[in-house]
Design a protein around this ligand. Sequence first.
Ligand code: PEP
Ligand code: MN
Length: 337
Amino acid sequence: MIVVMQNGASEAQIQSVIDRMVRMNFTVHRSTGVMHTVLGGIGPEDDIDPVDFEVLEGVKEAHRIASAYKLASRPFRPGGTVVQIGNVQIGGPNVVAMAGPCSVESEEQINLSAELVAGAGAKVIRGGAFKPRSSPYSFQGLGEKGLQLLRQAADRHGLLAISEVMDQTQIPLLAEYADILQVGARNMQNFNLLKELAKLRKPVLLKRGIAATVEELLLSAEYILSGGNYDVILCERGIRTFETSTRNTMDISAIPVTKKLSHLPIIADPSHGTGRRDHVLPMARAAVAAGADGLLVEVHHDPDRALSDGAQSLRPEQFSELMQQLRIIATAVGRTV
Ligand code: PEP
Ligand code: MN
């Protein structure tokens, strides 16, 4: 149930509606917008007539939420969510670039990466320390050492840091070193992990699973939101289809679809989306033109020697070119980079 309070409703009126909802066995999540406070009630909405709320003092309107996900749905925050981390906003007018190597490999590599991505205009450095590899014989990441190196490189160059958390036992470690915890495509429906991340008060980047619908992505986000962590950023990173000419099929349409259904910011990962560096630029342009709030891009100072995902990693000069092109595309759609 969504209860939208009138513009200027008093705190006492809001509290009285919350009390009423709690008495009716709803768990209440409050969202304070520029104009209206919205109360999202999770509970027995099928048994209750929205009119029961509409007649209360200070209420503008009340309605049931038709979708299976409630707190992730657009009506909960019609104006959209802006995830604020330091002075970086994700979901605001600025298109935020998160870039760096697939994996943290060494101190030299991650420092060079931070220098070059910061120089080109990225706000966040990426780098996996725990890697979900299809083969157990592939490089698995440097673990905590990798996180330490990532943090140092980020701080040295004034960047935020994002890294993947593979299971719930790693959450404290990731929370210590990273500003954003990434849930990889393979873990989008690891519900135990999502429930633990719901208790955290740090932003989570939730990647779409390789065979997940947009609705399933939003239901996974709902696991995190319903535990009280509202700082969720979605990521389209390509899905598996019958097409074999790219590593995955980058579903650009998921961006406007998700924007309509949900208030959460959504970014795009054209690196995993295509699997080839020569396709990354066009898909990055397309994603920003389609309304993406940011990009997650793999960049390596020497991709031919990368320990993971070298073929899809941009060379430094290609990343600079991407950022220059993005400035033009972003301006065309009323955004900035
Ligand atoms: C990654 O970002 O390095 C990664 C493993 O991504 P995904 O989960 O989308 O495959
Ligand atoms: Mn990768």
